[in-house]
Write a new protein. Structure first.
Length: 49
């Protein structure tokens, strides 16, 4: 049984790059959804000590 070594590392890097792109897109989507649905700002009253 022969083991082919041609392209083994290349296909691994393709999957790594695709995973990185997928994570980047997921983070972008989560951050954009969170920024659109941000809670209202509540004014804070300073208390003197």
């Amino acid at each position: 049984m022969e083991i082919k070594k041609n392209g083994g590392w290349r296909i691994l890097w393709v999957w790594v790059v695709l995973a990185f792109i997928g994570l980047t897109v997921a983070w972008y989507c989560l951050i954009s959804i969170a920024s659109k649905n941000a809670p209202e700002k509540v004014p804070l009253v300073e208390v003197e000590r």
